[in-house]
Design a protein around this ligand. Structure first.
Ligand SMILES: [Zn+2]
Length: 276
């Protein structure tokens, strides 16, 4: 446990992972871009980030950021909104084979989102694996109750609580509700993320630190906080094997994609030479 030079215990972000942040480029206004957010997270001592965008895959963005910002692992994923054809298995396969780490179910284009926010493609206040995670269960959507959160965790999903939900601008839940849910479900089944990038919130690394410190000061042990910001995300991202080279089956798949069937020689017997 680190200690503030001005007194009191401090939760450290050393080795922490943010599975959910929202950089620019985006159709919504954002606080900072991919590279600025990655630099801030690296300088805060974090080990990995997952970039999320409601309107495009972040897999290739993450690859390029990774090349430019050494010292932290940067991953992307795809949200199954209308821009990729909704629930589209081909988009999922391509994203994962290209190195994506997360596939999110529809967000701003989901039916329940339209019911709550009056339409798809934006928010009323902001126009614009091996386990499953239940993203921000206490956000305005899906706004699950504690019993339902406990039930989905029992069925194998991991509640992913975000600072964004308790942020001053939106206040969809109090930190005490998050603490109660962690107590019911157990830290080994929960995740803490920033879910920030909005202009009214701190940078994702600082939002995650504030959120982790708040949950700690509200009664969750340091060990459990570290489990939720480090150990569980490591397992979900399979970080210990993230540096493994691509599998032969993936390389073969990519080679087939790159081959232009119009230029490939036609199968069958070689034609007889023609007179000049
Ligand atoms: Zn989000």
């Amino acid at each position: 446990m680190a200690t503030s030079p001005y007194g009191g215990p401090l939760i450290s972000l050393d080795g922490a992972v943010d599975l959910h942040c929202h950089p620019y480029p985006d159709l919504f206004p954002r606080l900072a871009d991919d590279i600025e957010i990655a630099l801030a997270a690296r300088d805060a001592g974090m080990r990995a980030l997952v970039l999320k965008c409601h309107h495009e895959s972040t897999v290739s963005r993450a690859y390029l950021v990774q090349r430019m910002v050494p010292g932290i692992r940067v991953f992307g994923g795809v949200v199954l909104n209308s821009y990729v054809g909704g629930i589209n298995p081909a988009a999922v396969e391509a994203a994962l084979r290209l190195g994506g780490k997360e596939v999110w179910m529809p967000t701003v284009d989901a039916g329940y989102h339209a019911q709550v926010h009056g339409g798809t493609g934006g928010y009323d206040a902001q126009q614009g694996g091996r386990r499953q995670a239940v993203t921000h269960p206490f956000f305005r959507v899906p706004n699950l109750d504690l019993d339902t959160v406990e039930e989905v965790a029992r069925l194998g999903a991991m509640p992913e609580f975000g600072y964004c939900t308790v942020s001053p601008a939106w206040q969809y839940a109090a930190p005490e509700k998050i603490v109660a849910a962690v107590g019911r479900v157990g830290a080994s089944r929960c995740l803490l993320v920033s879910d920030t990038g909005q202009r009214h919130n701190p940078m994702p690394s600082e939002a995650l630190r504030v959120f982790a410190q708040t949950v700690f000061e509200k009664g969750v042990s340091e060990q459990d906080v570290v489990t939720m910001i480090s150990r569980n995300p490591y397992d979900l991202l399979d970080l210990d094997s993230a540096d493994a080279p691509p599998r032969p089956v993936d390389l073969a798949w990519a080679a087939r994609l790159n081959a232009d069937p119009c230029l490939a020689p036609a199968a069958g017997p070689t034609p007889a030479p023609q007179p000049q």
